[in-house]
Ligand binder design. Sequence first.
Ligand code: SF4
Length: 363
Amino acid sequence: MANSEDPRAIQSAILAENPGERELALMLSPAAGEFIELMAQRAQSITRRHFGRTISLYTPLYLSNFCNGGCLYCGIAGDRRAKRAVLDEAQLRHEMEAIKSMKLEELVLLTGERMPEADVPYLKECIAIASEYIHNVTIEVFPMEELEYRELATAGCTGVSLYQETYDQVVYEKMHRWGDKRDFFNRIDAADRALRGGLRTIGIGALLGLADPRFDMLCTYRHAKYLLKNYWQAGVSISFPRINPQLGGFRADHPVDEKMLAQYIFAMRICLPEIPLILSTREPQRVRDGMAGVGISKMSVASKTTVGGYSDDSEESTEQFSISDERNIPAFCSMLRDKGLEPVFKNWDATYRDPAHYEHVTS
Ligand code: SF4
């Protein structure tokens, strides 16, 4: 077992040709904080080799904030006094027109837990409508059965984000006071069901701050390696959300500061060179600007975390958590270009979703 305090072992891990779990553990150690510059250089060079000087963009769209869940860290948990709302077809079309006018081509549709207001038939309809406007429609909703995922794939859904929040089962139980999300294994197994059900991409991650972040990073790495090995045709990505202010005022037991966050992202990039690493607008401008292209290859932009937020500026809160980076798309893209990075609005062509077209181009 390598000594995580040994500077030579840490340097060798950062520069290793094929780093694995042992090297990751060394790079996640507090002692590796001394080598953050070296890690940043290696992470940036790997990111450029695999993603060029590009940053893929996407935006989230909250369909509903109805939820009976009891997640301690969430601003729309069942016991919060949040105003509840769900988009109907006309409102969804209104939102889609607002998003389409921003030229975005990748969208994540979100809901709370499975509720009568936002169930699988509702999601199916929303996916079909959103797919009329946007090429790449994915979901971040409740875990489902394989057949349900298959139905959503048929409606046009291409991928799913299923963050485990924490891989520490003791903390997980404490954080999820009631509701379907209390079932740790149902959630972790949902990634397999989604990919078996025909979805093409899976996003995983831990909510940094809930439990020991180094443990959660190591487990996220193992989860990603497992998915890559067992579903070689799937696209796997990792997000790095940290706990943000929300209704209910939850505070992190294991706060992750900006330097730790950077260290974890660099370590993951060095050990997982080819998979998209994602940073959302939860993070403040300075963090997003500093991480763009240095490990991170995909970012949300112009996000609203309220239901109907793209076409309605009402003050009353329906949001799950606060966002920090509120720049609009031109301002964000201008920052990227100043850094020599090219924003990518559409990196996947819907024509490949159409079997007739595929037969045509390959015949
Ligand atoms: S995290 Fe999800 S399941 Fe939990 S309370 Fe919030 S919306 Fe509901």
